[in-house]
Design a protein around this ligand. Structure first.
Ligand SMILES: Cc1ncc(COP(=O)(O)O)c(C=O)c1O
Length: 316
């Protein structure tokens, strides 16, 4: 394993590079949503996940995957990290690997927003566009195929099957939530499913912390949804890390509800966020309406930055 090799401007070892980055991963604010929703006895909070290196919730998973691969000798500067992504994990890998001096190749569906593709290319990643009709399933198949054709060249990170994805949330997001709530006790954690890493990791941590905490999975109401980052588990390839028995219950959110909530959050909370965060809040509010007492926590995975098309349509 070569951890000290120098490459261009990266005059430091990969281990030094990792430890420099670590303090900029996670540690996001927990924001009280008390304008968009008010009900005595019930509170809703969201982690503002774009406020970290790489600008989304996926930095936690990507960093942990890269860190483990370097520590176990599977990834160094002689290899190229390869994975499939709907965008955010790709941007996180590209940010981390650009800072470490590691090459990245990403398979992403051709309908990913132009900002995502531009950001990936700006960070030096090689982008392989796959059929938009096959969504991230097609991207995953392409990444597997490329790895099998050239296993010496690539480290295949496989975020959908890599336990270091959900463990990142077990080790960071879950403990941060409990610490940030201080005197309050969380009663529900709500999250939409992409790879399912967020729900699985935070959920496992919270259940160990307090077995009474309810875990609520969110799903799109149709396979043809526009909530970027979410997978419809009934019709898509189910990620290997998804534990179908884990959620206490599952609620549906439509694209229309998500987009209406995007507007409301902008107008009432002053936050410009991505559609999956708005869908998480729509699900949390739905849940909140049906309980008398509770502290509900969710995540806002990313900001409005990569969704200019959605915002132009909503605020024209
Ligand atoms: C914008 C966005 N929201 C939600 C998710 C889902 O998160 P997870 O993969 O942890 O289930 C993702 C995952 O890529 C995402 O990019």
């Amino acid at each position: 394993m070569e951890l000290t090799e120098e490459k261009g401007v990266h005059q430091f070892s990969l281990l030094e590079g990792l430890s420099q980055l670590e303090k900029f991963v996670g540690n996001t604010p927990l924001y009280p949503l008390n304008r968009v929703f008010q009900k005595p006895g019930v509170k809703i909070y969201a982690k503002l996940e774009w406020q970290q290196f790489g600008s989304s919730v996926k930095t936690r998973a990507a960093y942990n995957i890269v860190k483990d691969a370097i520590f176990t000798g599977k990834l160094d500067r002689a290899k190229t990290l390869l994975d499939a992504s709907s965008g955010n994990t790709g941007i996180a890998y590209a940010s981390i690997c650009s800072a470490l001096g590691i090459s990245v190749t990403l398979c992403i569906p051709a309908n990913a927003s132009i900002e995502r593709i531009r950001n990936l290319k700006s960070l030096g990643a090689e982008v392989v566009l796959t059929s938009e009709l096959e969504s991230t399933d097609g991207a995953q198949n392409k990444a597997k195929e490329m790895y099998e054709a050239n296993p010496e060249k690539y480290y295949y990170a496989d975020q959908y099957g890599n336990d270091n994805n959900w463990k990142a949330h077990y080790e960071t997001t879950g403990p941060e939530i409990v610490n940030q709530l201080e005197q309050e006790n969380i009663t529900h954690f709500v999250a939409g499913l992409g790879t399912s890493g967020t729900l699985r990791g935070v959920g496992e941590f919270l259940k160990e912390y307090d077995s009474e905490v309810h875990l609520v999975a969110l799903q799109p109401d149709s396979a043809l949804h526009a909530i970027e980052g979410w997978k419809d588990m009934e019709t898509a390839m189910v990620p290997k890390i998804f534990d179908a028995k884990q959620p206490d219950y599952t609620l549906e959110v439509s694209t229309e509800q998500s987009f209406a909530m995007l507007k409301e959050i902008a107008e009432k909370e002053g936050l410009l966020i991505g559609p999956s965060g708005a869908a998480n809040l729509a699900g949390a509010i739905n849940l909140a309406k049906g309980i008398d007492q509770g502290v509900i926590v969710t995540v806002f995975p990313d900001s409005a930055d990569k969704y200019s098309e959605v915002y132009e349509q909503l605020f024209k």
